[in-house]
Design a protein around this ligand. Structure first.
Ligand code: DC
Length: 224
């Protein structure tokens, strides 16, 4: 696989919450020997820091920027570090999911994470990264070698999210998961900055009726 722009090779994957992006992105990265970059984890870590600093959706941009200036977020070998601490578990709570979606609509947060995303990877001496999120193909890596848009119908995504959340919290209902997905879809697609949208040159894969293996196979064929 050669690179189009002479820089690091990037495979960009976008799509809505619960579509299965993380699972297939991680597997694709292993298959082709690239690093994996979970940009949702970076947004979750940033949200965790802002919440810990006592901020909520009402905070103004200056306040967000001043906290982020004193923040260090890193993603190394699949692990996200906030100010040097591994926060991989803490960022997976429903509250962290909610606030990551809320704060990801804000310009200081997106500006802060842009360079971190572009500089991430390369920790295993690999030649490229599989980067997964909402604006990989449209904003962060517009020159990516391959672009995928992974989706599934809302019912299927709610089912998958329910299975995932109920592993940690058996009290989560199907309805909770459906409402969570619907609220995130609304926020992620309608925000003013870098909304979730399919890049014109992205290959769309609807995983509603596909297994994880079938999805990965389709992606691998496109990458060869
Ligand atoms: O993929 P995830 O559910 O872990 O992402 C958490 C939130 O972060 C999601 O609701 C939107 C935001 N996000 C974003 O705005 N841009 C990205 N590239 C990745 C995530």
């Amino acid at each position: 696989m050669t690179n189009r722009n002479g820089r690091r090779k990037v495979i960009a994957i976008d799509g809505p919450a619960g579509a299965g992006k993380s699972t297939v992105a991680r597997a694709l990265a292993v298959n082709i020997g690239f690093d994996y970059l979970d940009t949702g984890a970076l947004y979750r870590a940033a949200a965790l820091k802002l919440v810990q600093a006592g901020l909520n959706e009402g905070a103004d941009d200056d306040l967000l920027s001043s906290v982020l200036r004193r923040t260090l977020i890193e993603f190394k070998n699949g692990v996200v570090f906030l100010d040097g601490k591994d926060v991989s578990e803490e960022i997976r709570t429903p509250e962290a999911g909610h606030y990551s979606s809320v704060f990801s609509a804000r310009k200081p947060v997106r500006d802060y994470l842009l360079e971190i995303q572009r500089n991430a990877g390369g920790t295993n001496g690999s030649s490229g990264i599989v980067a997964e999120g909402r604006d990989m193909a449209t904003v962060v890596f517009p020159d990516a070698l391959k672009k995928f848009y992974i989706t599934a119908d809302e019912h299927t995504r709610a089912q998958r999210r329910h299975a995932q959340l109920s592993e940690k919290n058996p009290d989560v209902t199907r309805e909770n998961a459906r409402l969570d997905i619907a609220a995130r879809d609304e926020r992620d697609t309608t925000r003013a900055i870098a909304p979730l949208t399919r890049a014109a040159d992205a290959i769309e894969i609807d995983t509603t009726n596909l297994s994880i293996e079938e999805t990965i196979l389709k992606m691998l064929k496109e990458c060869l």
